[in-house]
Design a protein around this ligand. Structure first.
Ligand SMILES: Cc1cc2nc3c(=O)[nH]c(=O)nc-3n(C[C@H](O)[C@H](O)[C@H](O)COP(=O)(O)OP(=O)(O)OC[C@H]3O[C@@H](n4cnc5c(N)ncnc54)[C@H](O)[C@@H]3O)c2cc1C
Length: 125
């Protein structure tokens, strides 16, 4: 937000371009939706009823979203987003591990899929 309000292109802050507004609006919407699910999972966890499947869903959703948010924000930074002088560069690099550690996205999908009854272990002879 700070960067797109400060940085000017063609005499205007880049945050004033419709594309920038749309990107930020779409990210804001998805972050708010994700936060709602996180809050729901925290309440479930405190009540001792959080299922492995729902925990896997929220880990999958938020870690994938983190990567997409970082990627879109690098894009809004233009070439500066690639430079280590800018915090977004580090945030982009750091976001990549979230889809790997504490269980990869593929393993989260396995847990969710098995919860749906789609377990290939049931079909082995
Ligand atoms: C910075 C960092 C911190 C970490 N901290 C911890 C920690 O505190 N505690 C801890 O226990 N571990 C920790 N880890 C380990 C981390 O949890 C593992 O790296 C992660 O679970 C992936 O396992 P792996 O690296 O062995 O990858 P692999 O299991 O070799 O997976 C490689 C690829 O194969 C895919 N894959 C594997 N199995 C399947 C399957 N059945 N179906 C489909 N695709 C599959 C994976 O999704 C991945 O894309 C950490 C790792 C890092 C990098």
């Amino acid at each position: 937000m700070d960067y797109i309000q400060d940085r000017k292109a063609f005499g205007k802050p880049i945050g004033s371009f419709q594309n920038s507004r749309f990107v930020m609006a779409a990210l804001r919407t998805r972050l708010d939706a994700a936060q709602t699910l996180v809050d729901h999972c925290v309440l479930n966890h405190l009540d001792g009823v959080l299922s492995a499947e729902l925990a896997a869903e929220v880990k999958l959703l938020t870690s994938e979203l983190e990567g997409e948010v970082a990627d879109q924000c690098v894009q809004l930074h233009g070439g500066n987003g690639y430079m280590q002088d800018y915090e977004i560069c580090r945030l982009y690099a750091d976001a990549r591990i979230s889809r790997i550690y504490a269980g990869t996205s593929e393993i989260m999908k396995e847990i969710i899929g098995r919860g749906l009854g789609l377990d290939d272990r049931n079909h082995r002879s």
